[in-house]
Ligand binder design. Structure first.
Ligand code: AMP
Length: 303
């Protein structure tokens, strides 16, 4: 185990580990990654890519598993991207569990872990070179409450897509708005990669698995289930007509569990246009962002 921590702090650029009878490469430099992937492409292997910020849990691993079923090569990245944090404390407190991440990925059959540092991702510095035209998507929900967040997401994803050039990109529905933003980014940068949105994995009580859950006490974790309960309440009880009443009742469930909502919104699943009056036909999604103590959690449910 110790060797991983050692590796992370040294100048060694590429490592192959074989604890579970399968080789997983750990690569820090994009030029080494490009060389490895070129070889894979030359033997017609497709590349499935899972970008993450680490502190991996079963949700991340479900994406890795699916990528393994559908591709010749599975590449995961771990990079806590400074440009997508609008809150410095959130960035500094973001959980880091690299040793266990490596073991989990290796066990799940990941072929290559890309572990770049900031200079590798942002060789010209972290100031954005491009402003991505995200339009409406950037003005609502996460875009509204986390100014600059999606520009940072696009910055890192643009760079990662250039480096990895995957055939398929695996994303979690938990970050639904991010999935739409990345879809828009792929259009803007004319990437042919296919996006596969995977279902949200949950704890037994319904709380969406999240790296940030590591920052919750046992009691907070219990109360944070209120987010799932509020979403389920909406999904079970929504009827055609005005949605204000049901949103208010779901909001009350959050308050009962000491959750402080940034938003609780019902929107069109296609484009996140807010729904005030639901016609009973349009595919809708309920989305919540709420604080449990100092930890901000998001979740959603398709209706
Ligand atoms: P993150 O490390 O939080 O940036 O997440 C990396 C990827 O894992 C994103 O595409 C997330 O949407 C996805 N993900 C995070 N949590 C879950 C979950 N509970 N179930 C499924 N996918 C998830």
């Amino acid at each position: 185990m110790q060797r991983y921590a050692f590796f992370a702090e040294t100048a060694v650029e590429t490592l192959a580990i074989t604890t579970f009878n399968a080789i997983m490469f750990i690569i820090k430099q994009s030029k080494d990654l490009a060389r490895y992937l070129q070889k894979q492409r030359s033997v017609k292997k497709t590349i499935g890519f899972i970008p993450t910020m680490g502190a991996l849990h079963q949700g991340h691993l479900s994406l890795t598993k699916k990528a393994g079923e559908e591709n010749g090569v599975v590449v995961c990245s771990i990079f806590v991207n400074p440009t997508q944090f609008n809150d410095l404390t959130d960035f500094e407190l973001y959980p880091k569990t690299l040793e266990s991440d490596i073991l989990l990925l290796e066990k799940q059959g990941c072929d290559l872990l890309f572990l770049p540092d900031v200079a590798e991702i942002y060789p010209s510095g972290i100031s954005p070179a491009t402003a991505y035209e995200l339009g409406y998507l950037e003005s609502v929900l996460e875009g509204k409450y986390r100014p600059g967040h999606f520009q940072g997401v696009c910055q890192v994803m643009h760079r990662l897509m250039e480096i990895v050039r995957p055939d398929r990109l695996y994303l979690g529905q938990k970050d639904y708005q991010q999935c739409l933003v990345i879809g828009k980014l792929l259009e803007l940068i004319q990437s042919p990669a296919e996006i596969i949105i995977c279902p949200t994995l949950r704890e037994p009580g319904g709380l969406a698995m999240s790296s940030r859950n590591l920052r919750l006490s046992a009691r907070e974790k219990q109360n944070a289930q209120g987010i799932y309960e509020a979403l389920s309440y909406i999904s079970r009880n929504i009827k055609p007509g005005e949605v204000k009443g049901i949103a208010e009742r779901a909001g009350a469930l959050l308050i009962q569990k000491e959750l402080t909502a940034d938003y609780l919104t019902i929107a069109r699943a296609e484009d996140l246009r807010i729904i005030d009056v639901w016609d009973g036909q349009t595919k809708a999604i309920a989305l919540i962002a709420a604080f449990m103590g100092k930890v901000r959690l998001i979740d959603n449910m398709i209706i």
